[in-house]
Design a protein around this ligand. Structure first.
Ligand code: PMV
Length: 316
């Protein structure tokens, strides 16, 4: 066992979404998903030996519920007592607001634990463990563009758009009312669109790879926007209704779609389990988009595609 390990992991935003577990225990998804890892809002995690009982802090504060989850997760790496271990994690973005903090969080934790307990798990074993923390976290283990397939494993995709940028418009940074874990269970059981969604996701993942290979940005953009909107339709037709998008989210979405139709700029939207809107565009349009959204009363946080993935920054 090491005495100190420090890791970092990126958030990832799915362009083809995961929404449903076929196998709850193993966390195997009903559909393939494809994401981009981003270099904003990353998580940094430290595991170290201390005198005294197990300690866990997130952004400098104790959180008993999360401490239990983290302790349970660490059992994947050691059968030993977890006393005299401290885990401190810092998210540089909002926590649990549909901005992938659990993805970067579990990827950073799994990577740190693998080094701290010297388990030397391969990427496929580490993937198996990480996805049990949070499904989408598996994609934060790798940089750039990543596919999480229905076999449970991750595959790097060669992203064809070096000029692509993602922007995040924060509509609300409050903690979401329902976890994605609970929400997707409800969708599987109650949404009349669920079967259609699964079939469509397979087609979308295939088309994504084709458009990416052929460098067809506009086609890829339309595809990812439709994929996200269908996921939200699945949520909104669930019973009870799951409403992540607010009136403000829809106002932004429609505004961006209008600007695209008017050829003011080319941007496509994607949204996760929260009201925030993410935009995919090319570098040349950044300034126009930023100015236009400012007029609408919104700031946009730009991000590059992450090139590092989940890594150890320091260990002793
Ligand atoms: O991994 P979870 O349980 O946080 O679910 C994430 C689900 C979405 O963010 C909505 C889609 C995705 O593929 O990331």
């Amino acid at each position: 066992m090491k005495s100190y390990v420090y890791s970092r992991a990126p958030i990832n935003i799915a362009l083809i979404k995961y929404w449903g577990k076929k196998d709850e225990k193993e966390v195997l998804p009903y559909q393939p998903s494809i994401s981009l890892s981003l270099d904003v809002f990353e998580t940094h995690t430290t595991i170290k030996r201390i005198e005294g009982p197990f300690e866990f802090t997130i952004n400098g504060l104790k959180d008993e519920d999360m401490a239990k989850q983290v302790k349970h997760f660490l059992k994947n790496f050691t059968h030993g007592n977890l006393d005299q271990i401290s885990v401190a994690t810092t998210n540089s973005g909002p926590t649990a607001a549909g901005l992938a903090s659990s993805a970067s969080g579990y990827a950073a934790l799994a990577t740190a634990a693998n080094a701290f307990f010297e388990t030397k798990f391969t990427l496929s074993k580490l993937s198996e463990i990480t996805r049990k923390g949070s499904g989408s976290a598996i994609r934060s283990l790798l940089p750039n563009c990543v596919k999480w397939d229905v076999d449970g494993l991750i595959y790097p995709i060669e992203w064809s758009f070096p000029k692509a940028k993602m922007g995040i418009i924060i509509v609300s940074d409050k903690k979401k009312k329902i976890s994605s874990r609970e929400a997707m269970k409800i969708s599987i059981l109650t949404s009349p669109l669920y079967d259609h969604w699964v079939k469509q996701s397979f087609k979308d993942a295939k088309h994504f790879e084709t458009f990416n290979d052929k460098h067809q940005f506009s086609e890829l953009g339309e595809l990812i926007e439709q994929n996200a909107l269908l996921m939200h339709q699945v949520c909104e037709t669930s019973s009870p209704k799951i409403q992540f998008l607010t009136d403000i989210s829809y106002q932004i979405i429609h505004h961006i779609q209008d600007k695209r139709k008017q050829k003011t700029y080319e941007a496509y939207v994607t949204m996760d389990a929260g009201p925030n809107v993410k935009v995919l565009c090319l570098k040349d349009d950044m300034q126009t988009i930023e100015k236009d959204l400012k007029q609408l009363g919104h700031d946009i946080i730009w991000s590059n595609i992450d090139q590092k993935g989940a890594v150890i920054l320091n260990e002793v």
